[in-house]
Design a binder for this molecule. Structure first.
Ligand code: CTP
Length: 405
């Protein structure tokens, strides 16, 4: 990251959450990467971090008051808006997210964000309940649709004692996200990329289904990364708990059969297809029209399952020259062997193998440990965020695409 942000000016907005204690570290890392940094803070932020600390690490005065008469600019409240090449709000509380979504400008930071034309990045941090609240979801969707980018949050222990989604991304991840925005590679410009994400749901009756733990996080990270690298992105998504990315076309599906139909329709037009969805291999032989009733005293119930189509294999059978197909293999044993067999059986160009028994890998976490297997060989990757794994997968996909005939 050394000098990656040389000559760039970054406005760091800090709002009032406990994660504000990490803001000085973020500022330091940005300065170390070569950036010039100015902070704009809310009153509440100053309950968690001091003005002096931010001023010292950034080397610039901290902006906090709308009508500060000591300011050299006559219109203090909008004086910062043209200064930055990017504006990052870290931490971004539910409150500032709501204000930005609705155009509320009642302090130095919200006024700056409203008037700012530079790219905006939010690093949300809040309690899981606030993060999953309908209002926060809707506000984020509004912002993402307007092109505002987000990094995180991750999940883990929260200051309130709960554990779950809502932890601010680490400062180095936020710097990496700013680097991606300001130094974006556009190597997928003009390419059509389709990503499958999430879990399928196999219905039993109107109120019950068979599914798995996939959150959609890996697929969405891939979709966001491909979008940022200039691709035209389609996401065929099953059931997900992660927030949908903006700026991509979403095709919702429920069951493996729905996924199959959608993929048979969509796959011909795509240049790169990455199948991160966790697809049920079996479905119920019969979907009951009415809710199944308990049979008291029966002791045991047997339900019949029938095999689902292998979607990736069907896509592989239809593969056209030049198209790049990538699959995932979540394994618990003989990882490389099983994944390599799938690479061949499904006519894939690459398979991303992960051992889901390792801590930090697999379903419903923010990180992953994977090996990229192609016909040429294999690369083992270290534990990293799903976003940075997505970038590594796309680096290989882009190389495979340009060397394909
Ligand atoms: N896949 C698919 N259709 C299925 C099952 C899997 O398209 N019915 C895709 C997944 O999206 C993934 C790849 O195939 O990209 C491997 O999925 P995985 O579940 O690991 O493999 P399976 O072929 O189902 O083998 P097994 O469950 O026996 O490990």
């Amino acid at each position: 990251m050394l000098n990656a942000l040389q000559g760039k000016r970054i406005i760091v907005g800090v709002t009032g959450g406990i994660a504000a204690y990490k803001a000085p570290l973020l500022v330091r890392l940005l300065v170390k990467a070569g950036a010039e940094v100015t902070c704009a803070v809310t009153d509440h932020a100053l309950q968690f971090v001091t003005e002096l600390t931010l001023e010292t690490v950034s080397g610039h005065r901290v902006y906090k008051e709308l009508f500060d008469r000591s300011n050299p600019h006559s219109t203090e409240h909008i004086s910062l808006k043209d200064w930055g090449d990017a504006l990052v709000v870290a931490p971004a509380t539910a409150n500032i997210i709501g204000k930005i979504a609705h155009g509320i400008a009642d302090d130095m930071l919200s006024t700056t964000v409203l008037a700012c034309k530079a790219p905006i990045l939010l690093a949300p941090a809040m309690n899981t309940g606030m993060w999953t609240a309908d209002a926060t979801r809707a506000n984020l969707k509004t912002l993402r649709d307007r092109g505002v980018q987000t990094v995180g949050p991750g999940s883990g222990m929260l200051a309130c004692g709960d554990s779950g989604d809502g932890r601010m991304s680490e400062p180095d991840e936020i710097v990496a996200a700013i680097d991606r925005i300001l130094n974006a590679k556009k190597d997928l410009s003009g390419l059509r990329v389709l990503v499958t994400a999430g879990a399928t749901r196999e219905r039993l009756d109107p109120v019950r289904f068979l599914t798995n733990d996939s959150s959609g996080k890996m697929g969405f990270a891939l979709a966001e990364a491909a979008r940022d690298r200039g691709a035209e992105v389609t996401v065929v998504r099953g059931s997900v708990s992660a927030a949908e990315p903006g700026g991509v076309r979403i095709v919702p599906v429920e069951s493996a059969l729905d996924l199959y139909d959608a993929m048979m329709r969509e796959c011909g037009a795509q240049d790169i297809i990455i199948q991160a969805a966790a697809v049920a291999d079996y479905r119920f032989a019969e979907i009951k029209g009415e809710k199944m009733k308990k049979q008291p005293g029966s002791g045991r119930l047997t339900l019949e399952l029938v095999e689902n189509p292998d979607v990736a294999k069907a896509v592989g059978d239809k593969k056209r020259p030049g198209q790049i197909l990538i699959g995932f293999a979540a394994e618990t044993n003989r990882v490389i062997e099983h994944a390599s067999e799938k690479l061949k059986a499904k006519n894939l160009d690459m398979i991303v193998a992960n051992d889901v028994t390792q801590p930090g890998a697999g379903f419903n976490v923010d990180t992953n440990i994977a090996a990229l297997i192609t016909r040429e060989g294999r690369t083992d990757l270290p534990l990293q965020t799903k976003r940075s794994l997505a970038e590594a997968i796309l680096d290989r996909a882009a190389a495979l695409y340009s060397s394909a005939d």
